[in-house]
Design a protein around this ligand. Structure first.
Ligand code: MSP
Length: 480
């Protein structure tokens, strides 16, 4: 380990604006990136757009664009606007229509061809345009794609194949030997079962397409969009970040591409492998399956304008146990906003700072509340991607601080006793603002401002470091 951390999101299709689903993965990546920056690890957070899909062409036509690249450029502006709104602190943004990306894909394609890992063949199969993938009969449910509920097209074409079967044993060994390669555990078992059912070579080019990256030695073929897209993890980032910890975050719908095809592509090219592919669950909307193609996608901008960005970020992590499936409901979001963010955290900050401003005493005393904080546990949970559990553990401390106020009743105290209680509470608020900053960064900036301190690092999560000048500001959350 050389103290570098690379975290990536899938690159998203641009047939639509971001949904709360794509926002979910991106927020998680943002939390991991911010957490590693707190630990002062050299971090790179990569996200981007998968623009070479036939979905792009279809959407551009539907929206009456003459020039597909213009459509892609407009969608790019739309996506970055949304990520800015959601406080996504990415370091790199890769677009697959960029020249830099195209060149890397073609270089890798050539390399695999020269090695004999890519060959020309004929393929007959069922293609799902939604997944951009050939399906096996056994992948379908009632003849339909289980994700898109559509009937795949029967296609017979001549195209280039990648020798996935050649890497079957290596990948199986890799996944079995390395417990952290595919996380969480349940998904690792799924992947092992899939590999053990046998890997066949895959088609990695499509003939007769107008949009996409040319196969470098055959102008009649475009590179299959997945084979192109996966290379974003190389084209979008400086090589040095591949020498440290590399984590790909993906939804469980696309884990197979990341846990099987991508490692095989990397092995073929003699490139280093990612450390972990974490596939999180999917959430439904009020109990219904959500997807762009089913048309019930929720707009994260609408939610964040109505309830605040941090309410959305907080809700997604606290409500949906990370790694598992869950449900998104505005009613539940409102409850958590009112009860947890406004009551537990907002009121705590407001009560403490009102007292400090009113009493104007020295802040000094014994470290009483520090013992209630299990920093080691929080660190362990965060490092093991147990984000929901880590947030719960931080929240326990918020609750402890509230309990401390209620038990000590500082409004009736004087002298040393008052100094001690306020000292404990102010130091705790400062630490809470550090620990919560990956999850709700805007709120933590506001707490820091009211405390009169700069944003701290993980090493500052101990008592005795407060040097601010307190100036109480507006309430953190308004109840809905
Ligand atoms: N373009 C491919 C990925 C290529 S990566 C080399 C793709 N794009 S996508 O736009 O369809 O984004 C899919 C990702 O969005 C999922 O893997 C998941 O991370 C996220 N989600 C979309 N809907 C979601 C939910 N309902 N719930 C959770 N995550 C969701 O696939």
């Amino acid at each position: 380990m050389n103290g570098k951390f690379l975290v990536t999101t899938p690159i998203y299709y641009i047939n639509d604006k971001p949904s709360v689903g794509s926002a979910y993965t991106t927020i998680i990546a943002d939390i991991l990136a911010r957490w590693n920056r707190l630990k002062e690890i050299d971090t790179f957070f990569l996200t981007g757009l998968d623009e070479n899909s036939s979905k792009t062409v279809k959407a551009a036509k539907e929206k009456k664009y003459k020039d597909i690249q213009n459509y892609a450029d407009d969608m790019y502006k739309e996506w970055v606007k949304v990520w800015k709104k959601l406080n996504i602190s990415y370091d790199g943004f890769i677009r697959t229509t960029s020249e830099k990306h195209k060149k890397i894909v073609q270089d890798f394609f050539n390399k695999a061809y020269k090695k004999g890992d890519i060959y020309l063949g004929e393929y007959e199969g069922l293609y799902c345009g939604g997944c951009e993938e050939f399906k096996r009969e056994t992948d379908l449910e009632g003849g339909l794609c289980p994700y898109h509920k559509t009937k795949p097209l029967k296609i017979k074409e001549r195209n280039y194949f990648f020798k996935l079967s050649k890497y079957e044993e290596d990948i199986l060994k890799l996944v079995k030997k390395n417990e952290k390669f595919v996380l969480p555990k349940s998904r690792r078992t799924e992947i092992i079962n899939f590999i053990e059912s046998g890997l066949t070579d895959i088609s990695v080019s499509r003939p007769n397409l107008k949009w996409g990256i040319d196969v470098p030695f055959d102008k009649n073929q475009k590179v299959w969009v997945w084979y192109d897209a996966l290379y974003n993890y190389k084209s979008g980032v400086d090589k040095k970040y591949w020498k440290g910890r590399v984590v790909h975050l993906v939804g469980k719908d696309i884990q197979k591409f990341h846990c099987i095809i991508w490692p095989a592509m990397l092995l073929s090219a003699s490139e280093s492998l990612p450390t972990t592919i974490f596939s999180h669950g999917f959430f439904t909307i009020n109990g219904e399956k959500m997807s762009k193609s089913l048309g019930n996608a929720i707009d994260p901008v609408y939610i964040s304008e109505k309830y605040g960005v941090d309410a959305l970020r907080y809700f997604l992590i606290k409500e949906i146990s990370f790694g598992e499936d869950g449900d998104f409901s505005e009613e539940d979001l409102k409850k958590r906003l009112n009860n947890e963010l406004a009551n537990d955290l907002g009121n705590l900050v407001s009560r403490v700072l009102t007292l400090v401003e009113k009493e104007k005493v020295m802040l000094r005393g014994k470290k009483e509340l520090e013992k209630k904080l299990d920093l080691k546990k929080i660190e362990k949970l965060m490092n093991e991607y147990e984000l929901t559990e880590a947030l719960k553990e931080i929240w326990k401390f918020v609750i402890e601080c509230n309990k401390y106020v209620n038990d000590k009743k500082p409004w009736g105290l004087k002298g040393k006793e008052l100094e001690n209680v306020l000292y404990n509470l102010v130091e705790s608020l400062r630490i809470i603002a550090i620990l919560l900053s990956p999850f709700i960064p805007e709120t933590c900036d506001r707490i820091n401002k009211q405390l009169g301190v700069k944003a701290g690092k993980l090493k500052d999560c101990k008592f005795g470091k407060f040097k601010g000048k307190i100036k109480k500001g507006e309430v953190l959350f308004r109840k809905i």
